[in-house]
Design a protein around this ligand. Sequence first.
Ligand SMILES: [Fe+2]
Ligand SMILES: [Fe+2]
Length: 260
Amino acid sequence: MNVLFIGDIVSSLGRQAISELLPQVVKEQNIDIVIANCENTTGGRGISVKHYQELKGYGIHAFTGGDHIYRYKEIEEYIGNLDIAVPLNGDKNLPGNRQVTVDLGEGEKLTVISLLGNALMKAEATNPFQAIEELLQRRNFDHPVLVDFHAEATSEKKAMGYYLQGRVSAVVGTHTHVQTCDEEILGNKTAYITDVGMTGSINSVVGVKKEIIINRLSKGIKDKFEWEKNGNYALSAVVISIDTNKQIPKNVDRIYLTSS
Ligand SMILES: [Fe+2]
Ligand SMILES: [Fe+2]
């Protein structure tokens, strides 16, 4: 089973990247299941129901959340019925599915889980290691599991990869919006990458118009964030081939496909 995991889809150029580049990747890489992090899809923060449906229409089976997933109030009403895995260790009072399973039949099945990091993150979250431990103690998965660890610190992410080595099929990092080149299969058991990178504007600072961030950092001018809507874009992802019966990854390959 070939799984494509797409890093944070950011704003309009992120959605454009999906519509223009996803069909090619799915075809060339022989993809069975497509998962994407959707926490920045609408206006750079959160996702609207309309954009959820748009992305579903491009062939994405399920999504993972992050620190901005509840940004739009409307999503709270519907999120329990959508294929979005909200952070397992997020606020328990907020709605949503803590696990989402994509089942293509004939044993082709994948469960997706989202975890929020604790280090350098503003979002309210309990300890991600304890949260996933509690779930894995409680539930014995008979099929592959992919964990999206949405976190800032590379050390916390690497530690999570080793913590889950041999216990889930893949640990993929998101949130920094910058792709790392450290993909590997930990102990021949768990596919890992520190950060998949973002899907959206290339000519920006992690999706935001670069002038705004430069002015903020160099002169202390706090202009409202505006997300870059023009220029080139990239689709950042990993392809993970999994032996479905053994729940073991055979391969993990990085993808960084650009519009030009
Ligand atoms: Fe993000
Ligand atoms: Fe994030």
